[in-house]
Design a binder for this molecule. Structure first.
Ligand code: XMP
Length: 326
């Protein structure tokens, strides 16, 4: 029978065969997939793996520090934080089309890995030996929905599949490419990763960049970050983290509506809550969250985030909606 143990053994052998005595770089996003991919590769090639966390400026509040702390504590892996906010903001300037955004982000990720490879890794190793392999936590659904499956339509280009530049200088190592999320979580647990990593809700590689409908700017990211932090805090406080697959918070940055606060008129942005339940992200239903929780999130966001004067709930299943709005 096909067990988690089999998957691990088979993938460790395949990684060793592919990488030989070479070196690999793994992009950690803070999500489950890249964390498990890194743990598998670490088991296969030990300290010839270096992880890079690209801080693209599209992370949620306090997320970079949290990932750094949790992941290093759990695995002891070498981790380099690449501060690349400016590179991504520059690449996203003026971009509003979702696929153009995704491709720009995918391209800049690779450029950031190349820069990290050059700057840190070769200096560190001092043997001048370049890193040839790039580990990605690509899952089966990512491949299918990026149009990689047989006869599949391109629904969206996942940053690590359809968004890669053509002149990629790395050879890809993708040990999770045949797996679904629940299998990835099982592999992670078997490899000894703690629940605070394995049990995390999914968060897309392009981050908040695909949750701002309209151009991504520093100011809009700041608004979304504050609203998102409140929504997540309240979901956790209600004890519903495990019941909800994920809850994207989406800023409709080009939309304004009229509101009233105190005795004054406001003209602010709406924000969308998108809580979903799902087994594998290929299909999803909207979560029936308790109305008191929704009311608390709405009150707090409109009170605490000045730029937001309306909170709306997305009650669309997938299909026909997707989970993320872009
Ligand atoms: P959609 O929006 O296609 O999302 O219903 C399905 C699942 O995939 C996540 N997602 C991504 N994850 N890179 C990722 O690593 C991406 O480019 C990407 N796009 C969507 C999404 O959060 C959901 O869990």
């Amino acid at each position: 029978t096909w067990s988690t143990g089999n998957i691990i053994e088979e993938q460790v052998a395949a990684i060793r065969a592919q990488v030989g005595d070479g070196k690999a770089l793994c992009g950690l996003s803070g999500g489950v997939d890249s964390a498990v991919a890194a743990a598998l590769v670490q088991r296969a090639i030990g300290d010839r793996l270096t992880c890079v966390l690209v801080d693209h400026g599209l992370m949620r509040q306090d997320e970079v520090a949290q990932v750094e702390k949790d992941y290093v504590a759990a695995t002891g892996v070498k981790l380099h934080i690449a501060r690349e906010q400016e590179r991504f903001l520059e690449a996203l300037k003026g971009v509003t089309d979702p696929e153009t955004k995704r491709k720009a982000i995918g391209r800049e990720f690779i450029r950031a890995f190349e820069a990290a490879e050059e700057k840190v890794l070769r200096e560190e190793a001092q043997d001048g030996e370049p890193v040839r392999f790039l580990v990605q936590g690509t899952l089966y659904p990512d491949v299918v929905e990026s149009g990689g499956g047989e006869g599949a339509a391109n629904i969206k280009s996942h940053h690590n599949v359809g968004g890669l530049p053509e002149d990629l200088q790395f050879e890809l190592v993708e040990p999770l490419r045949a797996l679904f999320k629940d299998e990835v979580r099982a592999v992670g647990r078997e490899l000894g990763l703690p629940e605070n990593i394995v049990g995390r809700q999914p968060f897309p590689g392009p981050g908040l960049g695909i949750r701002i409908i309209g151009e991504v700017t520093e100011q809009r990211l700041d608004i979304l970050r504050r609203a998102d932090a409140i929504a997540r805090e309240e979901l956790t406080r209600a004890g519903l983290d495990d019941e909800v697959w994920q809850m994207p918070v989406v800023l409709l940055a080009d939309v304004h509506s009229v509101g009233v606060q105190g005795d004054g008129r406001t003209y602010g942005h709406p924000i969308v809550l998108r809580p979903v339940s799902s087994e594998d992200a290929m299909t999803a239903d909207w979560s029936r969250l308790p109305s008191e929780l929704l009311a608390r999130i709405s009150n707090r966001i409109t009170n605490e985030v000045e730029e937001i004067n309306r909170v709306v709930l997305d009650i669309t299943s997938k299909p026909p909606g997707t989970i993320e709005w872009e």
